[in-house]
Write a protein that binds this ligand. Structure first.
Ligand code: GCU
Length: 591
């Protein structure tokens, strides 16, 4: 066989295709389910790869011969990569990497001790932005696209006893065909910004385990789905409620109903119960709050009673850590939401770290979770729809047991076209099929012709999100009054965004843009009109913290969106924070 031309890669622009087949997705995801993992966080080597040389030259196939013994030169050497922490965003690790958008190769080695015969090994990632391709001991072991959702890769065939070498290529280029597309109002961080671990599974494993109340709140419906056809008997246990039931499993799935005798979960009393699902040799555990959720007319009902949502939107953004959500960052986020008097948060504009919803369960904060179908998505592109559907499926599969999540958001501020309607109606259907227990919503645009809260997509939604900035992007509040008076929606409306920029410390009387005083007055004016509108079921202020965004370049902003109620230091509370906290608590704080 002719020796391979060492330079053929210079002329092959189809170099990525072999690695983009069969990317991991919702159908291959194993939520962790309390199973033990072997963390791979910590020090990795990182080599930037702006031109995709790694795939062109197959860097993963190179051995680790030291340069002194190379017969011919190479363009890659693992030990030459920079040492970086994982999780992290490369943008914040070196000044010259701040705006890097391309591919980068993470590499580390690890030792492995094999388990019992039949054991399978999964490489589990919390997320990687945007495309990730993994190689273990020189073998491609799969990949994933979508920048904010978890995925698991079966590495059983490639892992070996003793030392293993793992390489993960991550590529964060923006693209008109991705979800989100290339034009966004947040920072395009890149890297392995969530946890990486190995998870052992028995030969027969639980793919999905869920438990939730039936609509009348009387029964718990528990369901186990195995990852292959299996006939047998599993178990569903809630020790605190004295529940220990067999679950008949046929053809790989089974469910059981049992009377609910516990305390319903609510923001006022966020009771969560340790739960255990067992099937075969696998055991899936979780902490679950049991509550019912519905709409009635324009009300949202939690445990059968109307709930009015007082909240704020949050980005996954940190001045020092970028898109990494540390436990401290998450705890602080909920401390601030509680201090604001909030019972609600919108996790904008993409799936956040899974611990955000876990903490919300414990803290009693209701959540809107969403996928980044943001602005001008390529709605007519089938591959883009598949990507969006997959991200939504992965979000739901991961967070299906989170009592705090009341709504799956399928998009944000998307112009009303036929292609957009088809795309987002499809996503709404995917959400309902995957999870009939939660509401489906979207942040819609208004009908500018007759100036009403009207959007063809609303027919596919349970809740209409309204992003409105009267008093900021429109000079006064009369438009808000007119819009609210003109509209008569037959389902709940949530003000899914409203806000104004303020540079911390910039004080001025009257409507002085970017002053703290105007941001505070903005909320007073908004609040008076919103709470006077019966069909509005809540508000999510835009937003809790200032955040990085390349789009914002006035002297007040310098690369930050300053609509935060708190500055990017996540300490400095602006005047508007105190005013809104007062409004949420039924009184106006002193200005
Ligand atoms: C839009 C958009 C946000 C954006 C905000 C703003 O509504 O949904 O992502 O950051 O407005 O203009 O600050």
């Amino acid at each position: 066989m002719a020796a391979e031309d060492p330079f053929h890669h210079l002329h092959d622009e189809d170099y990525a295709r072999p690695y983009l087949k069969n990317l991991a997705g919702a159908g291959s995801l194993y939520p962790r389910g309390g199973r033990p993992v072997e963390p791979l966080d910590g020090e990795w080597r990182l080599t930037l790869d702006l031109f995709d040389e790694g795939l062109r030259q197959k860097w993963f196939a190179l051995d680790e011969t030291p340069p002194s013994q190379w017969a011919v030169p190479r363009d890659y050497e693992i030990e030459a990569g920079e040492t970086v922490p994982v999780p992290s965003c490369w943008n914040l690790l070196k000044p010259e990497w701040t705006y890097f958008e391309g591919a980068a190769w993470y590499t580390r080695s690890f030792d492995w001790a094999p388990g019992p015969p039949g054991e399978r090994v999964m490489l589990a990632l919390g997320a990687a932005n945007y495309l990730a391709l993994a190689f273990l001991n020189g073998m491609p072991v799969g990949g994933h696209q979508g920048g904010s959702t978890p995925f698991t890769l079966d590495v059983t065939a490639a892992i070996r006893p003793g030392r293993n070498r793992l390489q993960i290529m991550v590529e964060n280029r923006r693209s008109p065909f991705r979800v989100p597309m290339q034009h966004i109002d947040w920072f395009n961080y890149g890297g392995l910004y969530r946890e990486v671990a190995l998870m052992r599974l028995p030969a027969l494993a639980i793919r999905q385990a869920r438990a939730a109340l039936t609509g009348d709140g009387r029964m718990i419906l528990a369901r186990i789905e195995m990852d292959q056809p299996f006939d047998g008997t599993g178990a569903f246990r809630v020790p605190a409620l004295g529940i220990d039931l067999p679950v008949p499993i046929r053809q790989g799935s089974g469910e059981v109903q049992v009377a609910f005798t516990g305390t319903p979960w609510s923001p006022e009393n966020p009771v969560c119960y340790p739960v255990e699902f067992v099937a075969g040799a696998d055991r899936f555990t979780d902490r679950i709050g049991f509550r019912t959720l519905a709409t009635r007319g324009t009300d949202i009902l939690l445990n059968g009673r109307p709930v009015w949502l007082r909240g704020a939107c949050v980005h996954e953004d940190d001045r020092d850590f970028g898109k990494v959500s540390t436990p401290e960052d998450l705890r602080r986020r909920f401390r601030h939401l509680k201090a604001l008097g909030a019972n609600f948060a919108r996790l904008s504009h993409y799936p956040h770290h899974e611990d955000a919803a876990r903490l919300a369960d414990e803290e009693g904060i209701l959540l809107w979770a969403e996928v980044p179908v943001y602005w001008a998505i390529a709605f007519d592109n089938p591959a883009t729809l598949s990507d969006a559907e997959n991200q939504l499926g992965e979000l739901i599969a991961r967070d299906i047991n989170r009592a705090s999540i009341i709504l799956w958001g399928v998009g944000n501020e998307n112009a009303d076209t036929d292609a957009r309607l088809h795309f987002m109606a499809r996503l709404a259907a995917v959400a309902r099929a995957a999870d009939p227990t939660r509401l489906v919503g979207a942040a819609c645009l208004i009908n500018r012709e007759d100036f009403t809260i009207e959007d063809r997509l609303a027919a596919h939604l349970d809740v209409i999100g309204l992003n409105e900035y009267f008093g900021w992007y429109e000079p006064d509040f009369s438009g808000l009054e007119q819009l609210l008076a003109n509209s008569s929606p037959d389902k709940p409306v949530i003000i899914s965004e409203t806000g104004a920029d303020a540079l911390p410390g910039y004080r001025a009387a009257g409507r002085v843009l970017f002053s703290e005083d105007w941001q505070a007055e903005f909320y007073r004016q908004q609040w008076a009109r919103i709470v006077a509108t019966p069909y509005v079921a809540g508000i999510a202020a835009w937003l809790l913290y200032d955040f990085r965004t390349e789009r914002r370049q006035t002297g007040f902003q310098r690369g930050w969106n300053r609509k935060g109620l708190i500055a990017e230091d996540k300490e400095t509370r602006k005047l508007a924070f105190h005013v809104l906290a007062g409004l949420y608590r039924g009184r106006d704080e002193p200005s």
